[in-house]
Design a protein around this ligand. Structure first.
Ligand code: ADP
Length: 287
């Protein structure tokens, strides 16, 4: 099983004629609300890929719909606490060129109760996966607890924070970064992904695919050539699919293979958690 300590956001996407300048007031022409947050996206992706996924997180009373939607997508939501604050929000402005500007209000994501993590971890089994990223509190506690309990610990270093990467590194079995984050890591610490003391490191390269640094050295995987319309959520979907594959006992090559297909399907559609393909779609996808 997979235990994912992760963010849950209400994504409000506003269509605007341009990104507003300081002091400017602008009317939007459309507004849509989606389930989002890297954590929620990864949980949905892994569940759609067939894994047993337990999400560990928090929402406010205004987040019941998000919990229900995660449940609909096959995620176990028993360890999502409802706490006395708001559900996290992302205010996303998108202009006609597709350029965006985003305000993130972390709220509940930054206040996940320690007791919620403890209750979840009490149920975890040796060999299960614990997944963390940087949009919540408690990652360091979770990583060291997970390692101590014999879980395999996976970390998506996004949004990037060099100090946090170095703090959790000793507990990690799996690290995934995109190309920008890998460059930031090297700049901040002098360490290239290949030098990290983590058994498996994956660097995703967008349309250029992904590199896996494992015990056998570096291996490159090409992306599938498609016409992208919206690349948001590709990385989270890729991560969820890789981990679901590994959790099921697949060799890394095969797990990356299914994740590559899922990532390509994702960039051909608008939206995030609500449009993540399921395993049958991924398996049927050939170009
Ligand atoms: P992130 O969203 O975290 O920046 P990437 O952009 O590197 O992550 O995308 C993750 C994976 O999704 C890639 O490794 C690739 O397999 C797939 N992918 C992303 N962009 C494209 C694209 N334009 N065409 C085909 N596949 C893509």
């Amino acid at each position: 099983a997979i235990w994912n300590l992760g963010s849950i956001n209400a994504d409000f996407v506003y269509t605007v004629p341009h990104i507003p300048a300081p002091g400017e007031t602008l009317s939007s022409t459309d507004r849509q609300m989606f389930l989002g947050g890297k954590g929620a996206n990864m949980s949905v992706a892994a569940a759609r890929a067939g894994a047993r996924v337990n999400h560990i997180g928090a929402v406010g009373a205004d987040g019941k719909w998000a919990v229900e939607r995660l449940l609909e997508y096959g995620v176990d939501t028993r360890n999502i606490a409802e706490i006395e604050t708001e559900t996290a929000q992302a205010i996303i402005m998108v202009d006609p060129q597709g350029e965006n500007a985003i305000i993130l209000h972390p709220a509940a994501n930054a206040q996940i109760p320690q007791a919620t993590l403890q209750t979840a971890m009490a149920e975890a089994q040796t060999g299960d996966w614990l997944v963390i990223q940087n949009e919540t509190n408690l990652q360091r506690t979770a990583a060291s607890l997970g390692k101590k309990m014999g879980l395999r610990v996976a970390y998506a270093a996004a949004p990037f924070d060099a100090e946090r990467v170095m703090a959790v590194q000793p507990h990690l079995d799996f690290l995934i970064l995109n190309a920008v984050e890998a460059a930031q890591l090297e700049q901040a610490t002098g360490q290239a992904p290949a030098d990290m003391d983590v058994r498996d490191v994956i660097v995703t390269l967008g349309a250029d695919g992904a590199d896996w640094y494992g015990t056998g050295g570096k291996q490159h995987f090409d992306a599938i050539a498609v016409d992208p319309v919206d690349t948001t959520g590709a990385g989270d979907t890729f991560t969820g699919y890789v981990l679901a594959g590994l959790d099921r006992g697949m060799p890394m090559e095969q797990a990356i293979g299914q994740a590559t297909k899922a990532g390509a399907l994702m960039v051909m559609r608008h939206g995030t958690a609500d449009v993540i393909p399921d395993l049958s779609e991924v398996q049927a996808f050939h170009l």
